[in-house]
Design a protein around this ligand. Structure first.
Ligand SMILES: Cc1ncc(COP(=O)(O)O)c(C=O)c1O
Length: 437
């Protein structure tokens, strides 16, 4: 394949003049210094196992084994896997839930302050900013609260690396005072899949970043990946990239107006939010059609692939590579689906809020304990031995070491009945779960 031959030119290895990712002193160091200067970081690191790898390193830098990390309970599964690998304890903070819109909202700084006051063993706090729906919290205030209690603030900005490049978007995590920031450049900037950046601020030791990099990263880093991250950052920072992002923001603004005007649709707008909204995320719902069904119809009947959907919402992502035709095609398809669903019965759906969890033992202990498989229906009072993750949207509802309760069983059963796949359920009817013996 010709493109593969072109790629092979860049796909060098660590040799004369190509530097070493784990001890960067030449070309890689220059590239990372330029990236850190653009984002306003003390230092930055290429992470070549996505934000998953960045999260493992971030936790490793901030905590010693046995120490406690306060995490937002609707975090990505890599946050929990990282807690097993790094042998850290977790405490949870819950986002507000909007019962009218059925959306998980921001994390309140006061909720973090209360947790820090109640549990002095918390050494670091980790929040998602923006969340999957583009919703942000008051991060500057959260940073103040953390620092007043001597805790480091780690921000999973996996979905927000583009926000630094426009004043029309919420402020970047680093500019709000975050200490360690994780960005999936591959999600919202034009870089190759699997690429990510890890940044540190003034409170974090550069040596800690080097140690985490050397521990978690491959000794054979892909120069294709690293070049693609560098190119994406330089492009987004260029006049052309910033103009393209500005044009995208005009397009999504027009798209919001058009979808708001369609009968039976609602679309999330900045005015609905207490804090900023990442406007490039387009979260909409139809009153008579679940988000998951809408996503399927758009794909199978209109050849439009969305980012994700749940029982309520479908989520489209605008990128700097989208054209006006893409948005027009989506509005047209939504109008057609809306027409077809006009007289469908209104949906009854399971609320999307989180049921507070009780942690019985640290996840890294539960992970290694002996387990048995039992029907979910009989699991009330038992301690979970595995993650149970409704897909979509992919946030674990049960984690190893947490107690399984009647409300949780009811919620999982309801979701399954509505066609949501629960990853982790076992057996021919997917009716069983692993619990600790
Ligand atoms: C909020 C969040 N954090 C972290 C990750 C992991 O990112 P990656 O796929 O780059 O490893 C994801 C992936 O979807 C995510 O949604």
């Amino acid at each position: 394949m010709p493109w593969l031959q072109d790629a092979a030119v860049i796909d060098t290895t660590e040799t004369y003049g190509s530097d070493n990712l784990l001890h960067p002193e030449e070309a890689i160091r220059d590239s990372l210094d330029a990236i850190a200067a653009i984002f306003g970081a003390k230092r930055s690191l290429f992470s070549l196992n996505g934000s998953t790898g960045s999260i493992y390193m971030a936790q490793h830098m901030a905590l010693q084994p046995g120490e406690t990390l306060l995490v937002q309970r609707d975090s990505h599964k890599s946050v929990y896997n990282g807690a097993i690998l790094n042998r850290i304890q977790l405490d949870y903070v819950y986002p507000a839930y909007d019962k009218t819109r059925h959306i998980v909202q921001d994390i309140q700084p006061e909720a973090i302050r209360d947790k820090l006051q109640a549990n002095p063993s918390i050494k670091a706090v980790m929040v998602v900013y923006p969340n999957y729906f583009g919703i942000t919290s008051d991060l500057a205030r959260i940073a103040e609260v953390c620092h007043a209690h001597g805790a480091l603030l780690i921000v999973d900005e996996a979905h927000g690396s583009h926000m630094h490049f426009s004043d029309r978007l919420p402020p970047s995590a680093l500019s709000c005072g975050a200490d360690i920031v994780v960005q999936s450049t591959h999600k919202t900037m034009p870089s190759l899949t699997q690429t990510s950046l890890l940044h540190i601020g003034e409170r974090v030791d550069e040596a800690a970043l080097s140690r985490a990099g050397a521990l978690f990263q491959t000794t054979s880093p892909s120069y294709l990946f690293m070049t693609s991250i560098e190119n994406a950052v330089l492009y987004m920072d260029s006049e052309k990239g910033r103009a393209q992002l500005d044009a995208l923001l005009d397009q999504v603004q027009a798209f919001r107006r058009q979808v708001s005007a369609l009968p039976d649709y609602e679309i999330l707008c900045a005015e609905d939010m207490q804090n900023g909204l990442d406007l490039t995320r387009l979260l909409f719902r139809h009153k008579n059609c679940s988000g998951a069904k809408l996503k399927d119809i758009l794909y199978y009947e209109h050849n439009i692939a969305l980012e994700m959907a749940d029982l309520y919402y479908a989520l489209a992502l605008g990128s700097v590579n989208n054209t006006q035709e893409d948005f027009s095609a989506l509005v047209e398809a939504l109008a057609r689906v809306g027409e077809a669903c006009r007289h469908c019965p209104a949906q009854i759906r399971t609320p999307a809020d989180l049921i507070p969890a009780t942690i019985d033992l640290p996840m890294y202990e539960a992970y290694y304990q002996e387990k048995e498989t039992i029907p979910l229906a009989t699991a009330a009072g038992r301690v979970a031995g595995q993650q149970l993750i409704p897909y979509p949207p992919g946030v674990p509802v049960v984690l190893p070491g947490e107690r399984i309760t009647e409300p949780l069983i009811q919620k999982l059963t309801d979701l399954q009945e509505q066609g949501i796949d629960i990853v982790g359920m076992i057996g021919p009817e997917r009716a069983c779960v692993e619990v600790l013996r």
